[in-house]
Write a protein that binds this ligand. Structure first.
Ligand SMILES: [Zn+2]
Length: 220
């Protein structure tokens, strides 16, 4: 179909936006093949006219659509990554805060070591002289000794044994779990070399704190 330069000019913006009908596109492309003036106009309007035959033009439009789709996909991907990174960062921040949170440090009776407030650093020989309080349902014992050995957890009131664990030579830890803030505990390093350095703490760990944070989130 032959069209005039005036009609071609009207169609150029639609052609550039890729919104004209198939027939208009075909007619315009046919016109452009034979009209340097309108080709120049198209070039001025922003997109250089590709030196292609009519048959290649649809492929070109396809290419344009693909580029736009890829740009959209990239934008969505960037958004997803940004949101995920922000979420992970927030979660890590909350977890670290949870680890350090001075969890409502309760006042405990005199003569009891409050592990919620402060770790206990002592020796294997002296550690059973302390009555221990935990508000974290667990007690972690880190021993730095040559040979390692058994670590016992006793009930402070009755002296009866609650749990036992083993530590290896070098620096090693064991953790007693499922404890309660209602009881008081004594850690006994029994057969471990008396001079060995012993650290007793609630053993707040990243993963356990992360668990606490996630549980709080679920509860919200
Ligand atoms: Zn023309």
């Amino acid at each position: 179909m032959k069209i005039s330069c005036e009609i071609a000019e009207d169609l150029l913006p639609l052609y550039l936006e890729d919104t004209c009908s198939k027939d208009s596109r075909a007619a315009l492309e046919e016109h452009l093949q034979g009209c340097p003036a309108c080709r120049a106009k198209l070039e001025r309007m922003g997109r250089p006219l590709p030196e292609v035959q009519g048959a290649d033009a649809p492929r070109l439009a396809d290419y344009g659509r693909k580029v736009r789709r890829r740009r959209r996909q990239t934008a969505v991907l960037v958004l997803v990554i940004t949101v995920s990174a922000a979420f992970l960062l927030a979660l890590t921040g909350l977890t670290v805060r949870e680890m350090r949170r001075p969890v409502h440090v309760p006042t405990v009776e005199e003569g009891t070591w409050n592990l919620t407030a402060e770790d206990l650093e002592t020796t294997a020989a002296a550690v059973d002289g302390y009555v221990l309080y935990t508000n974290y349902a667990q007690i972690q014992v880190t021993v730095c000794s040559e040979a390692g050995g058994a670590v016992l957890l006793r009930d402070a009131a009755s002296g009866s044994m609650i749990q036992t664990a083993e530590v290896e030579g070098g620096t090693d830890s064991c953790t007693f779990t499922m404890l309660t803030s209602a009881r008081r505990y004594i850690v006994d390093c029994g057969d471990i070399d008396g001079g060995a350095a012993v650290t007793v703490s609630e053993g707040r760990s990243f993963w356990r704190s992360l668990g606490e944070v996630l549980r709080d989130l679920v509860r919200l």
